[in-house]
Each structure stands twice: as C-alpha cells, then as structure tokens.
Design a protein around this ligand. Structure first.
Ligand code: GSH
Length: 226
C-alpha cells in the first residue's frame, strides 16, 4: 500500500495510526503542499491528503479521506478492529470521529499555526518552515481572532474527552476509531507548552495510543516543552 501524505499533517497521522494499529505494511510518498494537487487531484478528485493507494487485487485503486481510509482498512483487515461490535456504540464512535474531523482537527490547525507563527517560531525558524506557516495561515484565514475561537472549540473537546480518557476508552470498553481519531487530531497541541502543562493526562494517553499503533510521536513534541 502507498500513502500519499504531508509528513506533518495530523489527518495523515490518523491514517498512519490506523495502518500501524492493524500492522499493515505500507510506504509513504511525501508531497509538497501546493504541488500536491498535481498528484492528488487526478487520483481522488479532491485537494486533500491523506490518499491511500491500496495496490492490491480486488481493492479500490484509490481511497481518499482519512475516514474512508479507516473504513476501507476495517474491511480489508478486520483484525484488530477499530470499529465496535455494538451497533449503538459503533454509531457513537463514528459520530465522534466525524465531530473531531470536522471541528476539532480544523481547530487544532488554527491553534497550532498561530503558535508556530509567534511563540513557537523558534522551533524551526528556517525560511522554508516559515514560508509554509505563512501560506497555511493565509489559506485558512488563521489569525489571533480565529485562533482564539478555535482554542475554545479545543477546550470544549478536551473537557468532553476528560470524562472518558482519564480512566478508560472513549466509547465502549476497548480502543476504537474514536480514541485513535482524538489522539491523531489533538497531537499537534503537544508542541504547545500551555497544553502540555494543563493537560498532562491528555498527552500521556496520546503517547500510549501512538505506542499501541506503532507510530512515532510528532518529531518536535519535546522541542515545545519548557
Ligand atoms: N477530511 C479530510 C481532511 C484532510 C485535510 O484537511 N488535509 C489537509 C492537510 S492537514 C490538506 O490536504 N490540505 C491541503 C489543501 O487543502 O489544499 C480527511 O479526514 O482526510
């Protein structure tokens, strides 16, 4: 299998966590933001990564979108499962996956790039990195105001998560797509010292989930710590 990705994207991390959890061998092709459209659009018809090319008999040629990738992997290799047997719990897990994809992952992007453009500049002051940050902030309209609204969405999501993650799983009594999605999409915040300080339990759990899924933590996680 081949995963087309941005190495730093938290949605691509979500796909890698799922592949790693199921121990499915895969290779990655790292794309350059902007130029990625030339590779991705003709394949999936969309502008976003991750895109998975299963390259297997009796499989679709292209699977775009992290949620669809997990749905595909679940049917390709059901064990170990990311979906829950109980229909009501599974519906809830998919609802939470969607809530995180649509609201929390996008909010994390705002908070993360606002941090990287200001206090977090020292993490990688190279021209290349700063250029990417400037382009992403322009593309998504990230500024102090929009980042503040996003930070409130994140605080709400963490408050909900805290009821479940401090002593268990998010839905049902085992690890599921809901836990994996939350870990992937909140992982960019691990670089921000205030989040690390305020929510140590959150980052312990994200670390644990990366171990379960055989995926290294984001490269600069420790660099953000005081
Ligand atoms: N709903 C999509 C979101 C993916 C997404 O937003 N990917 C970003 C990278 S984090 C992207 O490809 N952005 C490039 C663009 O929009 O041109 C998924 O879950 O796969």
């Amino acid at each position: 299998m081949l995963l087309l990705q941005f190495s730093t994207s938290h949605y691509c991390r979500k796909a890698r966590l799922a592949l790693g959890y199921k121990q499915i061998p895969y290779q990655v092709e790292n794309l350059t933001p902007g130029l990625h459209i030339l590779r991705v659009k003709p394949l999936s018809g969309s502008y976003t990564v991750p895109v998975l090319l299963p390259q297997q008999k009796n499989c679709p040629a292209v699977v775009g979108d992290s949620t669809e990738i997990i749905r595909f992997l679940e049917s390709y290799q059901p064990d170990p499962p990311l979906y829950l047997e109980d229909a009501i719990q599974q519906k809830e897990a998919l609802r939470l996956e969607d809530y995180f994809d649509e609201f929390v992952g996008t909010a994390a992007r705002f908070v993360y790039y606002q941090f990287r453009a200001n206090e977090g500049k020292k993490i990688d002051p190279s021209l290349m990195s700063q250029a990417v940050i400037t382009i992403v902030r322009f593309q998504y309209g990230i500024n102090a105001n929009s980042a503040k609204i996003a930070a409130q969405k994140i605080a709400d999501a963490i408050a909900i998560l805290s009821e479940f993650w401090q002593d268990g799983h998010w839905v049902g009594d085992r690890f599921s797509v809901a836990d994996l999605t939350a870990a992937a999409l909140l992982s960019p915040l691990g670089l921000i010292p205030t989040y690390q300080r305020n929510y140590p339990w959150l980052f312990e759990r994200i670390t644990e989930i990366h171990q379960i899924c055989n995926e290294p933590l984001p490269k600069n996680w420790q660099a953000g710590l005081d």
